[in-house]
Write a protein that binds this ligand. Structure first.
Ligand code: FPP
Length: 260
């Protein structure tokens, strides 16, 4: 909450967080577990799918804010491998929201020089979602300002399992021998092979779990948990998360003295 960060003399409103962000020390890659849509809907006396609908506005605000700030990579956990177990109405609604959002936002992505990317078992998505995704990915592929990645039917264990299978096959076919399997080789086989590691991982709604998201890629990420439910997550909350990130010392295993 904003109040938790208050320092004497600081007024923790949105303008202050904007003013206090050091634009030379922005996280290069932000990843977000967008959680709390169902609880948001319940609090309003609505059914769960209304929370997801409202959550698309927070997706829009967050993408816009990252582009404005100059964040290079934003990865959103939109649908996990485990989410297929939800009621059919909810799964169908999420897939339809994906399709309608892509149709609606293609122009905004183009106008703002944002490229779209998707990670996960994309072939498991309904064909209209796959078609819309590949069209938007193709049309925006040369955009440079921000790379927006949607994790869809994504699970980190599934990603790592696929990676091990692909590497094992290469070893079997004598493409390389086992001792040449390095961290770099593993990274090359991940969905995220052409992206930097996550610097800042945000989870909304008060849950403090990783939920099978980017387990390899968050090895040195700063974790930020907020009580705010995803549909209530606005620009000021993202500024607050970045401000909090910038107050931390990232040591990557070194000592404080070595860093300074
Ligand atoms: C978690 O909240 C959220 C999801 C499983 C889906 C996220 C989807 C959106 C924000 C909307 C569509 C996104 C795009 C990219 C078009 P939850 O349902 O688990 O909430 P709960 O924990 O309160 O039940």
């Amino acid at each position: 909450m904003a109040g938790d960060l208050a320092i004497v003399g600081f007024n923790t409103n949105i303008m202050n967080f904007i003013d206090q962000i050091d634009h030379n020390r922005l996280p290069e890659h932000i990843a977000i577990i967008m959680d709390g849509n169902g609880r948001w809907a319940k609090k309003q006396g609505l059914i769960r799918i209304n929370g997801h609908k409202k959550g698309t506005q927070s997706v829009r605000d967050t993408v816009e804010t990252c582009a404005e700030l100059g964040i290079k990579y934003l990865t959103l956990y939109a649908f996990s491998t485990e989410n297929w177990k939800r009621p059919k109405l909810e799964v169908d609604t999420l897939m339809n929201l994906l399709v309608s959002s892509l149709k609606k936002e293609i122009k905004t992505l183009q106008d703002n020089d944002i490229s779209l990317n998707a990670i996960g078992s994309i072939s498991n998505l309904p064909s209209k979602a796959q078609k819309e995704l590949s069209e938007v990915i193709e049309k925006t592929k040369n955009n440079k300002r921000l790379r927006l990645t949607l994790a869809l039917s994504y699970g980190s264990r599934e990603e790592l399992t696929k990676t091990v299978q692909e590497i094992a096959l290469k070893v079997k076919n004598n493409v390389f021998s086992p001792h040449l399997i390095s961290e770099a080789v593993i990274k090359e086989h991940l969905y995220t092979h052409d992206m930097p590691d996550v610097d800042l991982l945000i989870r909304t709604s008060g849950e403090q779990r990783i939920s099978n998201f980017l387990l390899w890629q968050i090895a040195y990420a700063e974790l930020y948990f907020t009580e705010v439910l995803w549909p209530d997550f606005k620009k000021e909350h993202l500024y607050e998360a970045i401000f909090n990130y910038q107050k931390r010392e990232r040591r990557f295993g070194k000592t404080s003295e070595q860093i300074s």
